[in-house]
Design a protein around this ligand. Sequence first.
Ligand SMILES: *Cc1c(COP(=O)(O)O)cnc(C)c1O
Length: 370
Amino acid sequence: MSGSAGVPFLDLAAVHLDLRDDLDVAWKEVLGHGRFIGGPEVAAFEAEFAAHCEVGHGIGVGNGTDALELIMAGLGIGQGDEVIVPTNTFVATVEAVRAVGARPRFVDVRPDTLLVDPAAVAAAITPRTAAIMAVHLFGQMADVDALGRLARSHGVALVEDAAQAHGARYMGRRPGGWGAAAAFSFYPGKNLGALGDGGAVVSDDAQLIERIRLLADHGRSATDRYAHEVSGRNSRLDTLQAAALRVKLKRLDRMNEERVALVERYRRNLPSWAVPVAEDPAAEPVYHLAVVQVPDRLTVTAALDAAGIGWGLHYPVPCHRQPAFAEFADGPLPVAEAAAERILSLPLSPTMAPEQVDLVCEVLHGVPIE
Ligand SMILES: *Cc1c(COP(=O)(O)O)cnc(C)c1O
Protein backbone atom coordinates (compact mmCIF):
# COMPACT_ATOMS: atom_id res chain seq x y z
CA MET A 1 0.00 0.00 0.00
CA SER A 2 1.42 3.37 -0.96
CA GLY A 3 1.49 5.52 2.18
CA SER A 4 -0.65 4.81 5.22
CA ALA A 5 -2.44 8.16 5.22
CA GLY A 6 -4.97 8.96 2.56
CA VAL A 7 -6.63 6.94 -0.17
CA PRO A 8 -6.25 7.73 -3.89
CA PHE A 9 -9.44 7.96 -5.94
CA LEU A 10 -8.04 5.44 -8.42
CA ASP A 11 -4.63 3.76 -8.27
CA LEU A 12 -3.80 2.73 -11.83
CA ALA A 13 -0.14 2.06 -11.06
CA ALA A 14 -1.19 -0.55 -8.48
CA VAL A 15 -3.62 -2.14 -10.95
CA HIS A 16 -0.78 -2.69 -13.44
CA LEU A 17 1.84 -3.91 -10.96
CA ASP A 18 0.63 -7.52 -11.12
CA LEU A 19 0.32 -7.42 -14.89
CA ARG A 20 3.78 -6.17 -15.68
CA ASP A 21 5.37 -9.45 -16.73
CA ASP A 22 2.48 -10.37 -19.02
CA LEU A 23 2.39 -6.87 -20.49
CA ASP A 24 6.13 -6.99 -21.14
CA VAL A 25 5.74 -10.24 -23.10
CA ALA A 26 2.76 -8.86 -25.05
CA TRP A 27 4.40 -5.63 -26.03
CA LYS A 28 7.70 -7.23 -27.02
CA GLU A 29 5.79 -9.49 -29.39
CA VAL A 30 4.30 -6.45 -31.10
CA LEU A 31 7.72 -4.79 -31.30
CA GLY A 32 8.98 -8.01 -32.86
CA HIS A 33 6.47 -8.20 -35.69
CA GLY A 34 6.13 -4.45 -36.17
CA ARG A 35 2.53 -4.43 -37.40
CA PHE A 36 1.54 -1.51 -35.21
CA ILE A 37 -1.75 -0.89 -37.04
CA GLY A 38 -3.98 -3.85 -37.79
CA GLY A 39 -1.61 -6.41 -36.31
CA PRO A 40 -2.83 -9.89 -35.35
CA GLU A 41 -3.52 -8.84 -31.73
CA VAL A 42 -6.31 -6.55 -32.95
CA ALA A 43 -8.42 -9.29 -34.56
CA ALA A 44 -7.69 -11.61 -31.63
CA PHE A 45 -8.83 -8.99 -29.12
CA GLU A 46 -11.94 -8.16 -31.17
CA ALA A 47 -12.98 -11.82 -31.12
CA GLU A 48 -12.14 -12.28 -27.43
CA PHE A 49 -13.96 -9.13 -26.37
CA ALA A 50 -17.08 -9.97 -28.42
CA ALA A 51 -17.03 -13.42 -26.82
CA HIS A 52 -16.77 -11.83 -23.37
CA CYS A 53 -19.82 -9.72 -24.22
CA GLU A 54 -21.53 -12.91 -25.46
CA VAL A 55 -22.32 -11.33 -28.83
CA GLY A 56 -21.31 -12.30 -32.34
CA HIS A 57 -19.06 -9.48 -33.53
CA GLY A 58 -16.71 -6.76 -32.36
CA ILE A 59 -14.45 -4.09 -33.78
CA GLY A 60 -11.74 -2.08 -32.08
CA VAL A 61 -11.78 1.68 -32.65
CA GLY A 62 -9.85 4.75 -31.48
CA ASN A 63 -11.83 5.50 -28.31
CA GLY A 64 -15.28 5.24 -26.75
CA THR A 65 -16.56 8.50 -28.21
CA ASP A 66 -15.66 7.31 -31.70
CA ALA A 67 -17.37 3.98 -30.97
CA LEU A 68 -20.62 5.83 -30.23
CA GLU A 69 -20.27 8.12 -33.23
CA LEU A 70 -19.49 5.22 -35.56
CA ILE A 71 -22.60 3.37 -34.36
CA MET A 72 -24.66 6.48 -35.14
CA ALA A 73 -23.06 6.81 -38.57
CA GLY A 74 -23.28 3.08 -39.24
CA LEU A 75 -27.01 3.16 -38.55
CA GLY A 76 -27.37 6.04 -40.99
CA ILE A 77 -28.45 8.48 -38.28
CA GLY A 78 -27.85 12.12 -39.16
CA GLN A 79 -29.39 15.49 -39.80
CA GLY A 80 -33.12 15.65 -39.13
CA ASP A 81 -32.98 12.71 -36.71
CA GLU A 82 -33.45 12.84 -32.97
CA VAL A 83 -31.65 10.62 -30.49
CA ILE A 84 -32.98 10.27 -26.95
CA VAL A 85 -30.17 10.64 -24.39
CA PRO A 86 -30.26 10.65 -20.59
CA THR A 87 -28.98 14.00 -19.36
CA ASN A 88 -26.99 12.26 -16.63
CA THR A 89 -24.07 10.97 -18.65
CA PHE A 90 -20.57 11.92 -19.71
CA VAL A 91 -20.72 14.53 -22.50
CA ALA A 92 -19.26 12.04 -25.01
CA THR A 93 -22.66 10.36 -25.37
CA VAL A 94 -24.10 13.65 -26.57
CA GLU A 95 -21.07 14.59 -28.68
CA ALA A 96 -21.53 11.41 -30.71
CA VAL A 97 -25.11 12.41 -31.52
CA ARG A 98 -24.02 15.92 -32.49
CA ALA A 99 -21.06 14.64 -34.53
CA VAL A 100 -23.42 13.02 -37.05
CA GLY A 101 -25.66 16.12 -37.09
CA ALA A 102 -28.56 14.61 -35.14
CA ARG A 103 -30.44 16.37 -32.34
CA PRO A 104 -30.10 15.11 -28.79
CA ARG A 105 -33.39 14.89 -26.87
CA PHE A 106 -32.52 14.94 -23.21
CA VAL A 107 -34.53 12.90 -20.74
CA ASP A 108 -34.45 12.47 -16.99
CA VAL A 109 -33.18 9.56 -14.90
CA ARG A 110 -34.63 7.37 -12.16
CA PRO A 111 -34.07 8.84 -8.68
CA ASP A 112 -32.80 5.54 -7.22
CA THR A 113 -30.34 4.30 -9.85
CA LEU A 114 -29.70 7.66 -11.59
CA LEU A 115 -29.98 5.71 -14.87
CA VAL A 116 -32.23 6.62 -17.81
CA ASP A 117 -35.93 6.44 -16.94
CA PRO A 118 -37.83 4.34 -19.54
CA ALA A 119 -41.04 6.29 -18.81
CA ALA A 120 -39.24 9.53 -19.69
CA VAL A 121 -37.93 7.93 -22.88
CA ALA A 122 -41.44 6.81 -23.87
CA ALA A 123 -42.70 10.38 -23.40
CA ALA A 124 -39.88 11.82 -25.55
CA ILE A 125 -40.41 9.66 -28.65
CA THR A 126 -41.46 11.67 -31.71
CA PRO A 127 -41.79 10.81 -35.41
CA ARG A 128 -38.19 12.06 -35.78
CA THR A 129 -36.73 9.70 -33.17
CA ALA A 130 -34.10 7.48 -34.76
CA ALA A 131 -32.49 5.96 -31.69
CA ILE A 132 -32.60 5.62 -27.92
CA MET A 133 -29.30 5.78 -26.05
CA ALA A 134 -29.13 3.50 -23.01
CA VAL A 135 -26.24 4.66 -20.84
CA HIS A 136 -24.95 2.08 -18.37
CA LEU A 137 -23.51 4.48 -15.83
CA PHE A 138 -21.32 3.65 -12.79
CA GLY A 139 -21.09 -0.03 -13.88
CA GLN A 140 -24.81 -0.74 -13.77
CA MET A 141 -26.85 -1.45 -16.88
CA ALA A 142 -29.94 0.65 -17.53
CA ASP A 143 -33.31 -1.09 -17.91
CA VAL A 144 -32.54 -2.45 -21.38
CA ASP A 145 -35.51 -4.79 -21.17
CA ALA A 146 -38.00 -1.91 -21.06
CA LEU A 147 -35.92 0.23 -23.45
CA GLY A 148 -35.60 -2.63 -25.94
CA ARG A 149 -39.36 -3.16 -25.97
CA LEU A 150 -39.91 0.58 -26.47
CA ALA A 151 -37.41 0.72 -29.31
CA ARG A 152 -38.91 -2.30 -31.09
CA SER A 153 -42.48 -1.07 -30.75
CA HIS A 154 -41.54 2.31 -32.28
CA GLY A 155 -39.18 0.94 -34.90
CA VAL A 156 -36.16 2.88 -33.60
CA ALA A 157 -32.65 1.67 -32.75
CA LEU A 158 -31.50 0.97 -29.20
CA VAL A 159 -27.82 1.90 -28.75
CA GLU A 160 -25.92 1.08 -25.58
CA ASP A 161 -23.22 3.33 -24.14
CA ALA A 162 -21.39 0.65 -22.15
CA ALA A 163 -18.23 2.72 -21.55
CA GLN A 164 -18.61 2.17 -17.78
CA ALA A 165 -20.03 -1.36 -17.84
CA HIS A 166 -17.54 -3.95 -19.15
CA GLY A 167 -18.82 -7.26 -17.83
CA ALA A 168 -22.08 -5.98 -16.31
CA ARG A 169 -25.31 -7.90 -16.87
CA TYR A 170 -29.03 -7.22 -17.04
CA MET A 171 -31.36 -10.19 -16.72
CA GLY A 172 -28.24 -12.29 -17.11
CA ARG A 173 -27.07 -10.71 -20.38
CA ARG A 174 -24.21 -8.35 -21.08
CA PRO A 175 -24.29 -5.15 -23.17
CA GLY A 176 -24.24 -5.55 -26.94
CA GLY A 177 -27.12 -7.84 -27.79
CA TRP A 178 -30.01 -5.81 -26.41
CA GLY A 179 -30.28 -3.46 -29.36
CA ALA A 180 -28.32 -2.46 -32.44
CA ALA A 181 -24.88 -2.32 -30.79
CA ALA A 182 -22.94 -1.34 -27.69
CA ALA A 183 -20.04 1.12 -27.50
CA PHE A 184 -17.16 0.57 -25.07
CA SER A 185 -14.33 2.84 -24.00
CA PHE A 186 -10.92 1.55 -22.92
CA TYR A 187 -9.86 4.87 -21.40
CA PRO A 188 -7.27 3.83 -18.77
CA GLY A 189 -9.55 4.35 -15.78
CA LYS A 190 -12.43 2.24 -17.12
CA ASN A 191 -13.08 -1.28 -15.80
CA LEU A 192 -11.20 -2.56 -18.84
CA GLY A 193 -8.66 0.12 -19.63
CA ALA A 194 -5.90 0.34 -22.22
CA LEU A 195 -2.54 2.03 -21.64
CA GLY A 196 -3.89 5.02 -23.54
CA ASP A 197 -7.00 5.56 -25.65
CA GLY A 198 -9.07 2.77 -27.15
CA GLY A 199 -12.65 1.73 -27.80
CA ALA A 200 -14.82 -0.96 -29.33
CA VAL A 201 -18.23 -1.63 -30.81
CA VAL A 202 -19.88 -5.00 -30.27
CA SER A 203 -23.05 -6.25 -31.91
CA ASP A 204 -24.90 -9.30 -33.17
CA ASP A 205 -25.41 -7.44 -36.45
CA ALA A 206 -22.52 -8.50 -38.71
CA GLN A 207 -23.50 -6.00 -41.39
CA LEU A 208 -23.46 -3.08 -38.99
CA ILE A 209 -19.99 -4.08 -37.77
CA GLU A 210 -18.74 -4.36 -41.37
CA ARG A 211 -20.18 -0.94 -42.14
CA ILE A 212 -18.39 0.50 -39.10
CA ARG A 213 -15.16 -1.25 -40.15
CA LEU A 214 -15.44 0.52 -43.50
CA LEU A 215 -16.19 3.92 -41.94
CA ALA A 216 -13.40 3.63 -39.34
CA ASP A 217 -10.71 2.78 -41.90
CA HIS A 218 -11.07 5.52 -44.54
CA GLY A 219 -14.01 3.84 -46.25
CA ARG A 220 -11.59 1.20 -47.48
CA SER A 221 -13.07 -1.80 -49.29
CA ALA A 222 -12.71 -5.10 -47.44
CA THR A 223 -11.50 -6.77 -50.62
CA ASP A 224 -9.47 -4.06 -52.37
CA ARG A 225 -7.26 -1.91 -50.16
CA TYR A 226 -6.95 0.78 -52.88
CA ALA A 227 -10.71 1.16 -53.31
CA HIS A 228 -12.41 3.68 -51.00
CA GLU A 229 -16.14 3.08 -51.13
CA VAL A 230 -17.25 5.97 -48.93
CA SER A 231 -15.60 8.98 -47.37
CA GLY A 232 -14.81 7.55 -43.95
CA ARG A 233 -12.36 8.49 -41.26
CA ASN A 234 -9.51 7.04 -39.23
CA SER A 235 -10.46 5.47 -35.92
CA ARG A 236 -8.57 2.26 -35.22
CA LEU A 237 -7.46 0.40 -32.12
CA ASP A 238 -3.63 0.33 -32.07
CA THR A 239 -2.01 -3.11 -32.05
CA LEU A 240 -0.10 -2.23 -28.87
CA GLN A 241 -3.31 -1.31 -27.10
CA ALA A 242 -5.00 -4.49 -28.34
CA ALA A 243 -2.08 -6.53 -26.99
CA ALA A 244 -2.36 -4.85 -23.58
CA LEU A 245 -6.14 -5.25 -23.58
CA ARG A 246 -5.83 -9.00 -24.26
CA VAL A 247 -3.73 -9.31 -21.11
CA LYS A 248 -6.15 -7.21 -19.09
CA LEU A 249 -9.32 -8.88 -20.41
CA LYS A 250 -8.19 -12.12 -18.77
CA ARG A 251 -8.32 -10.36 -15.37
CA LEU A 252 -11.49 -8.33 -15.97
CA ASP A 253 -13.96 -10.64 -14.25
CA ARG A 254 -11.76 -10.99 -11.19
CA MET A 255 -11.18 -7.24 -11.00
CA ASN A 256 -14.92 -6.64 -11.32
CA GLU A 257 -15.49 -9.06 -8.42
CA GLU A 258 -13.05 -7.02 -6.34
CA ARG A 259 -14.98 -3.85 -7.18
CA VAL A 260 -18.29 -5.44 -6.17
CA ALA A 261 -16.83 -6.68 -2.85
CA LEU A 262 -15.42 -3.22 -2.07
CA VAL A 263 -18.76 -1.54 -2.80
CA GLU A 264 -20.54 -4.07 -0.58
CA ARG A 265 -18.12 -3.12 2.18
CA TYR A 266 -18.90 0.58 1.62
CA ARG A 267 -22.62 -0.22 1.87
CA ARG A 268 -22.15 -1.96 5.24
CA ASN A 269 -19.98 0.77 6.76
CA LEU A 270 -21.18 4.12 5.36
CA PRO A 271 -23.01 6.60 7.60
CA SER A 272 -26.76 6.54 6.98
CA TRP A 273 -26.73 9.99 5.34
CA ALA A 274 -24.46 8.73 2.51
CA VAL A 275 -26.88 6.83 0.28
CA PRO A 276 -25.39 4.58 -2.42
CA VAL A 277 -27.12 4.46 -5.80
CA ALA A 278 -29.69 1.67 -5.79
CA GLU A 279 -29.21 -1.66 -7.52
CA ASP A 280 -31.91 -2.65 -9.97
CA PRO A 281 -32.85 -6.23 -8.95
CA ALA A 282 -32.48 -7.31 -12.60
CA ALA A 283 -28.96 -5.86 -12.85
CA GLU A 284 -25.56 -7.28 -11.93
CA PRO A 285 -23.39 -4.16 -11.69
CA VAL A 286 -19.60 -4.18 -12.01
CA TYR A 287 -19.13 -0.86 -10.19
CA HIS A 288 -17.00 1.38 -12.32
CA LEU A 289 -17.64 4.01 -9.64
CA ALA A 290 -18.77 4.00 -6.02
CA VAL A 291 -21.39 6.74 -6.11
CA VAL A 292 -23.32 7.94 -3.08
CA GLN A 293 -25.72 10.83 -2.59
CA VAL A 294 -24.93 13.13 0.31
CA PRO A 295 -26.35 16.31 1.86
CA ASP A 296 -24.04 19.31 2.25
CA ARG A 297 -21.45 18.00 -0.20
CA LEU A 298 -19.01 20.86 0.37
CA THR A 299 -18.60 19.89 4.02
CA VAL A 300 -18.15 16.25 3.08
CA THR A 301 -15.54 16.89 0.39
CA ALA A 302 -13.65 19.28 2.69
CA ALA A 303 -13.36 16.46 5.25
CA LEU A 304 -12.17 14.04 2.54
CA ASP A 305 -9.62 16.59 1.31
CA ALA A 306 -8.32 17.12 4.84
CA ALA A 307 -7.82 13.36 5.21
CA GLY A 308 -6.10 13.02 1.83
CA ILE A 309 -8.93 10.94 0.37
CA GLY A 310 -9.61 11.26 -3.35
CA TRP A 311 -13.11 11.83 -4.69
CA GLY A 312 -14.89 12.76 -7.91
CA LEU A 313 -18.21 14.03 -9.26
CA HIS A 314 -19.97 12.05 -11.99
CA TYR A 315 -21.48 14.36 -13.10
CA PRO A 316 -21.96 17.73 -11.40
CA VAL A 317 -23.59 19.42 -14.42
CA PRO A 318 -26.29 17.49 -16.32
CA CYS A 319 -25.64 17.60 -20.07
CA HIS A 320 -28.71 19.72 -20.85
CA ARG A 321 -27.24 22.38 -18.54
CA GLN A 322 -23.82 22.37 -20.23
CA PRO A 323 -23.14 25.43 -22.39
CA ALA A 324 -22.24 23.08 -25.27
CA PHE A 325 -25.75 21.59 -25.41
CA ALA A 326 -27.96 24.24 -23.79
CA GLU A 327 -29.64 24.94 -27.15
CA PHE A 328 -31.10 21.42 -27.05
CA ALA A 329 -32.59 21.71 -23.54
CA ASP A 330 -36.39 21.43 -23.62
CA GLY A 331 -36.90 22.39 -19.99
CA PRO A 332 -35.91 21.30 -16.51
CA LEU A 333 -35.07 17.67 -15.76
CA PRO A 334 -35.61 17.80 -12.01
CA VAL A 335 -34.36 14.38 -10.91
CA ALA A 336 -30.96 14.73 -12.59
CA GLU A 337 -30.66 18.37 -11.56
CA ALA A 338 -31.29 17.55 -7.89
CA ALA A 339 -28.98 14.53 -7.96
CA ALA A 340 -26.17 16.59 -9.51
CA GLU A 341 -25.98 18.58 -6.23
CA ARG A 342 -25.74 15.44 -4.10
CA ILE A 343 -23.68 12.87 -5.97
CA LEU A 344 -20.19 12.00 -4.77
CA SER A 345 -17.87 9.29 -6.13
CA LEU A 346 -15.74 7.64 -3.43
CA PRO A 347 -12.33 5.99 -4.02
CA LEU A 348 -12.54 2.68 -5.87
CA SER A 349 -9.77 0.64 -7.51
CA PRO A 350 -9.84 -3.13 -7.93
CA THR A 351 -6.61 -3.30 -5.92
CA MET A 352 -7.92 -1.19 -3.03
CA ALA A 353 -7.50 -2.79 0.40
CA PRO A 354 -10.66 -3.35 2.48
CA GLU A 355 -9.00 -1.28 5.21
CA GLN A 356 -8.93 1.66 2.82
CA VAL A 357 -12.70 1.43 2.44
CA ASP A 358 -12.94 1.36 6.23
CA LEU A 359 -10.74 4.46 6.47
CA VAL A 360 -12.95 6.38 4.02
CA CYS A 361 -16.05 5.35 6.01
CA GLU A 362 -14.39 6.35 9.28
CA VAL A 363 -13.63 9.81 7.91
CA LEU A 364 -17.22 10.13 6.68
CA HIS A 365 -18.57 9.11 10.10
CA GLY A 366 -16.59 12.02 11.53
CA VAL A 367 -18.32 14.60 9.29
CA PRO A 368 -20.79 16.66 11.35
CA ILE A 369 -23.98 15.69 9.50
CA GLU A 370 -26.88 14.02 11.28
C1 LIG B 1 -15.60 7.31 -20.90
C2 LIG B 1 -16.95 7.46 -21.46
C3 LIG B 1 -17.18 7.72 -22.82
C4 LIG B 1 -16.10 8.12 -23.79
O1 LIG B 1 -15.04 7.28 -23.89
P1 LIG B 1 -13.61 7.81 -24.43
O2 LIG B 1 -12.88 6.54 -24.67
O3 LIG B 1 -13.01 8.64 -23.36
O4 LIG B 1 -13.86 8.57 -25.68
C5 LIG B 1 -18.48 7.72 -23.28
N1 LIG B 1 -19.51 7.52 -22.45
C6 LIG B 1 -19.34 7.32 -21.12
C7 LIG B 1 -20.54 7.09 -20.27
C8 LIG B 1 -18.06 7.29 -20.59
O5 LIG B 1 -17.90 7.10 -19.27
